[in-house]
Structures are given as structure tokens and as C-alpha cells.
Design a protein around this ligand. Sequence first.
Ligand code: 5AD
Ligand code: SF4
Length: 470
Amino acid sequence: MTAIERSDWTPPQDLGEDLAPSVHLVTFGCQMNKYDSELVLERFLARGYRVTERPEDASVVLFNTCSVREHAEERVYSHLGALKDLKRERPELVIGVVGCMAQREGARVLKRAPLVDLVVGTREFPQLPELVDEVRSTGRARVAVAEETSVDVAERPATPAGRQRHAFVAVMRGCDLNCTYCVVPKTRGRVASRPAEDLLREVRSLVEQGVREVTLLGQTVNSYGYDLPGRALKLAGLIDRLAEIDALERIHLVTSHPAYVTPDLIRVFAEQPKLSRYFPLPVQSGSDAVLKRMKRGYTSGGYRERVAALRAAAPDLELCSDWIVGFPGETDADFEQSEQLLREIGFLHSYVFKYSPRPDTAAFAVADDVPEEVKKERNQRLLHLQEESATARYARFAGGVVSARVSEQSERFPTRLMAQTRSGHQVFLEEPDAGQRAALLGAEVRVRVARFTPFGLYGERVVETAGSPA
Ligand code: 5AD
Ligand code: SF4
């Protein structure tokens, strides 16, 4: 028997478990990005890949990135830096940067992080598995960030295992509004709404696979349909049609722009019981001078009027806002107007961001003149006010009974279930019986509210006994 010289022998690196191609995907940014990541994974799964928890176990590592603030981009580079050793050990590992930062930076990503093999923008991610194959066969890095092609996210394949109760559906992509701070029009391109018939078909198919709640996604979801020809359905009309799907129980929206709060959208909040009464309606600032420099297209008074009309139509409506603090030129008096507006409207949630200058936006040309400490302090102050606001929203239910849909079991507290009301209130209920806990997932329950915090309502389930009123 001939002995094999050690130098002739290379360890079989791709045998055993590693034979199946595997993908590890890290997602930054907004809900649209999380949704795109789902679509990307579905495409890899359909090609026989498995999904891994750790980059060490994967043959492809992808980062779906966000450009909205500089910090989000820096985090991607630090994740890439952490993969250096792995890439040295396994040069065949394919590393890809996908999404907004890839679109914005293009080949510059390769300059700064030479270990990257693939840079794929926001419009070409459906081709990712094929692009990975291409990198493998050519052995060369590939940049795919076309500006013109519009995303064609074809219908999602039916999953043999069925689907979760809830699914996201992007009804439109891109943004034409050009707020002066925002890089999204650059990274996500012009608005493109999907035809209503395609969306209806997709949601019907999701419902057949077990979905009962959908979130309609768009950078400005309520501008849906304005780019489509002639008499195409707008968002309200689309919601009416979707609500006709019997087994579909709830429709959520993320995220909107005040300019498109139309009478028809207000009507649908009044009339459509399946529409969630939780509505993200970002105001960004309470100062008219700042709103004007942001080119938001409304004043704080206009925002108040829209909220009043929405609340008159749907008294149980809860609102959520995004805020930017420290926009160029924001004075103490401007900021106090944001505080005032937050207090007055009484939002259930707020996301507060320190202004971050982004290249290729109009505001980038203007000095970023609010010092970092001031931005930090304003950020804290607004978050603190938001906590008070949420507490006040929840306090209204103390001692009462609320209806909520059970979504999941708490990871931290084994006897606790989490549920949400139609208005998006978080409800925590104690259920000591493990069998009951499992049986209640997805069920509508009534909960007597014992206490509340800024994070939600806490209580016990009201068990209807025979003969008690429904
Ligand atoms: N700096 C800080 N926050 C920003 N946002 C968008 N662009 C910027 C920026 N340049 C915030 C807005 C938006 C949310 C998604 O991110 O509040 O609604
Ligand atoms: Fe980030 Fe905005 Fe792109 Fe979403 S759309 S990933 S928030 S830059």
C-alpha cells in the first residue's frame, strides 16, 4: 500500500455537513430591509441552501445594509472587519454586501473592504443566488448596482411547511418626495407601486397557506398607486379589496407620509374593521421652520389637522412617529416645539434620531451646526417625553378589560404570553398552564388590566364561564 505523502493530501473541506450550501444573513435598518431579507432567504432556500445561525458555519455570508444614518454603515464595516480571519482560513467563503449601502457605495465597498466578493444594490437582490454562483465560477468580485432596473419581486413560492400567521407584503418601493435629509430616494429610487391585481393574488395565496394578518409595506405606503396609470386603486381602495378576503383578519400599514393622508384614507380607517388602528405617521419635527427646511410639505398645524381628522374617524387610533433632532439650524425654540407637539398628540411610540448628514442629500451642503452634545440631550429629552406619553396612553385602560390577539410566548418570562390590541397596544398576560399557553397562540383573548408601564398593559385573562355574556 502506498502511503500518501502529507504534502499530496488536502483535507476534504466541503464534505459532510458542509456539502449543502448554507447562508448566513445579517440585516440592518428598516422593516423593508427585514422583508427583503426574508425574500432573499426564500430564494436561497428554494435553491437547496440551509440557513445558519453563525457565519462560521456558512458558505455565503450576506449583509443587508442601511444607509439612513452614518452609524448604520459603520457597523457594517466593523462586521466585515470581524470576518477577516474566517475569509483567510476559507477563501471560498462568499461575502456579500446588499441593499441600501451597496447601492450608494457601489465599488467603493470593495476598496474599503477587499474581502467582499459581491456588492448588490436594492434592485438586483432577487438575483443573489445566481450572482453567488457567478462569483464562484469566475473567482472574481462582482458589483451589481444598476440604477434603472426596477425590482421585480415575483410572487413568493408556496412553502410546503405553510406560513406563519403574519406576513409582510411590499405594495410599493422607492420614494419621490426628496426630504432634504434623506438618502432613501437615492438608494431606493423612484416610486414603483405593484399592480393591485398582483397584490390581491399574492395575499390570497398567502392566506391559503395559513396567513391571517398582513403588513402592507412601503417607504410611503399611503402614496401607493399614484404612480400607476389612470384610475388604478390607491391605498384605501386596495385595503377595501383585501378586506374582502374572508380568512384575512387584520391589515397593518408601515410606514406613511402626512401628505398622503387623503379623505379616502380617513374613510377607510372609519369603515374597515380589519384595518389596524395603529398608524405610523412620522412628523419629524414640531417646528414649521425646520419642517420647511426639511421640505416635508406640511406645517405642524397641517399635521395636527390630519391627526384630528383621523381620530374623529377612528377614536381608537394610536399613532407612532419618527423624529429627527439636531437638524441644521434647529434652535432651542424649534426643539421645544417638537416637545410640545409630542406632548399634545400623545403618541404611543416614537423613534428619535440624531441628525446624521448623508452624502447626496440636499441638507449635506448645509453645515451640521448643532453640536453632538446638544443632539444627545435633545434625543434624551424627547425619549423621556415619549415614555410619559406612552404611560398616559396605557393608563386609560387601568382596571378595564381589553381584547387582544395572542402573538407569542415571552422568552424571558415562561408563564407570560404577549398579545396586541387592534390599536397596537402591547398586552402581557399570565398563563401558568403550559397547555393553555400553546392553545392560546393566535387566539383573541380578553384581559383584565391590573397594571401598566410605558411598555404595555399587564393582567390576567378573563375566562368566560357558561352563561356569562359573550
Ligand atoms: N439623519 C437622522 N435620521 C434620519 N432619518 C432619515 N434620514 C435621516 C438622517 N439623515 C430618520 C427619519 C426617518 C427614519 C427612517 O430615519 O426619522 O423617518
Ligand atoms: Fe435604511 Fe432607509 Fe434603506 Fe430602510 S430604506 S434600509 S431605513 S436607508
